[in-house]
Design a protein around this ligand. Structure first.
Ligand code: FES
Length: 125
């Protein structure tokens, strides 16, 4: 059901864990299945210099989480905010249709983490 690339990210997920010095955190739950993802970003000079995730979810949720961290690490906040669930699914070589809803988690958590960062930034200025 899953292609090799997805299995690779599932078996060996990148950037797993938490970031103590994160300045943006996003947590989302998937209403379809109840799975949860938490994403931590560290932004410096408008660029995502570090990122970690924790996902309590299925294989597709873990693979998309891992993939999104790789896609946005080093990108500006603006560039990262343009990454969608379709971008992630495409980078993984496609998800089985029944699993597309799982890629919402990663994209939504990233958007929330960016919004959290932007809110903190505007509080400080
Ligand atoms: Fe819940 Fe995939 S089944 S995120």
């Amino acid at each position: 059901m899953y292609n090799e690339k997805i299995m690779e990210h599932f078996n060996n997920p990148k950037n797993v864990g938490e970031l103590d010095d994160a300045n943006g955190i996003g947590q989302v739950g998937n209403p379809v299945c109840g799975d949860i993802m938490k994403l931590f970003i560290k932004v410096e000079k408008d660029r995502i210099v570090d990122i970690r995730f924790k996902t309590l979810g299925c294989g597709a949720a873990i693979a998309t989480s891992s993939m999104i961290t790789e896609l946005v690490k080093g990108k500006t906040v603006e560039e990262a905010s343009q990454v969608t669930k379709e971008t992630v699914a495409e980078a993984l070589g496609g998800l089985p249709p029944a699993k597309m809803h799982c890629s919402n988690l990663a994209a939504d958590a990233l958007n929330k983490a960016i919004a959290d960062y932007q809110e903190k930034e505007s509080d400080e200025s």
